[in-house]
Design a binder for this molecule. Structure first.
Ligand code: SF4
Ligand code: SF4
Length: 359
């Protein structure tokens, strides 16, 4: 198999903005992403608008040059993301849009409108046939499937369940409809350690399925209605909630890879990626509140192979910091399954040729 090309631009989040914008524009053209976009295309630019009180998501000012590049091709760009399963301002399109605007993703600042791709309540979906081992079809957000071309802008972070949240995760989970997300989480069931639980009820308050019952001394989870979203795990301050990483993470990563395969197959030759290794935090951009980056910035990767790009994220972080981003964030969780399985089902190639850009 031929090696995939991954283009690497060294970039710091704190660099002067006009210079960073100019360099990102050059990266877009150097990586050949312009060739994926044609005149009159509706081009989805997949982003993440952050969460309440967070500030490490990709700045709209780093996204605007990419919007400009797409416009230069004569296409019609729009920024997009999908709604989430758990209780959040991003669990419906209306408050999701309001959050996006409040974080600066406005037409005036970015140069493109925002469309939440799976509708008001995450139910607008298209079934894409993949005939993969776990799924014959996957359910993806309608407006992403309807787009003629897609540029995926991802923020590399750790992830509580998948270990790594980067390109594959941004496609597989981030482009799925509610049904697609539920399928991906179907085998992830957490357990509560009753010796650590203080019955504070925080997890029960936020659980989207009302699956947590809090007694006088500890809480328990009703596994039959738990959807495995992992929200309780991120919220518990007593470290009382645990996933069985061995099974749940591997299954989740395979599901993410299969859902990503749906959009890769559907948009073959019309989808490209830029993955930002700046402000790399332990948890993904879905977390409410501020996070401190784990390691210094490394730059931005671009190309057309999501597996190759995520492999480069792991390799570069390991080269610079002795451990991969995933190992630093969640040492007990092996994040490489999404890459290994992704390669096995034809999502991309783990072998790549890294091309350092010197502009
Ligand atoms: S958040 Fe943690 S400590 Fe509080 S009830 Fe839930 S499991 Fe128990
Ligand atoms: S109990 Fe299940 S559904 Fe509820 S927050 Fe935890 S993982 Fe999500």
């Amino acid at each position: 198999m031929m090696q995939s090309k991954v283009f690497w631009l060294k970039l710091q989040a704190t660099a002067p903005l006009p210079q960073s914008q100019e360099r990102l524009t050059k990266l877009f053209y150097t990586a050949g992403l312009d060739k994926l976009v044609e005149t009159n295309d509706h081009t989805a630019i997949k982003v993440h608008f952050g969460e309440k009180q967070s500030d490490t998501f990709l700045s709209p000012d780093l996204i605007s040059p990419i919007v400009h590049c797409v416009r230069e091709r004569g296409a019609r760009p729009f920024l997009t993301d999908t709604n989430v399963l758990y209780k959040s301002v991003r669990d419906n399109a209306v408050t999701h849009l309001e959050l996006a605007y409040s974080h600066g993703f406005t037409y005036e600042r970015v140069g493109a409108p925002v469309i939440i791709a799976d509708g008001i309540k995450g139910k607008n979906e298209a079934a894409i046939e993949i005939n993969a081992p776990l799924n014959k079809t996957v359910s993806l957000a309608t407006e992403i499937v309807s787009a003629n071309s897609i540029i995926v802008l991802s923020h590399a972070t750790g992830h509580i369940n998948a270990g790594l949240g980067a390109t594959i995760k941004n496609i597989g989970m981030g482009m799925a409809s509610r049904k697609g997300k539920l399928t991906q989480h179907s085998q992830s069931k957490p357990r509560i350690d009753k010796n650590k639980c203080t019955a504070c009820s925080i997890c029960a308050h936020w659980c989207p399925s009302d699956a947590i019952i809090v007694g006088q001394q500890f809480a328990i989870i009703n596994e039959t209605i738990c959807i495995g979203c992992g929200e309780c795990l991120t919220l518990c301050r007593q470290n009382a909630i645990r996933f069985r990483w061995d099974n749940t993470s591997i299954n989740l990563q395979r599901q993410i890879a299969e859902h990503a395969l749906g959009i890769i197959k559907e948009k073959k030759g019309k989808i490209g990626f830029m993955t930002f290794m700046i402000n790399m935090t332990k948890d993904c951009d879905c977390l409410v509140g501020k996070q401190t980056p784990l390691i210094p910035d490394i730059g931005v990767l671009a190309g057309i192979d999501p597996v190759a790009i995520d492999q480069a994220v792991l390799d570069l972080t390991q080269n610079f910091h002795q451990k991969t981003l995933a190992q630093l964030a969640y040492p007990n969780n092996d994040a490489t399954e999404q890459l290994r399985y992704g390669e096995e089902i034809g999502l991309g190639n783990r072998k790549y040729h890294l091309i350092e850009c010197d502009f």
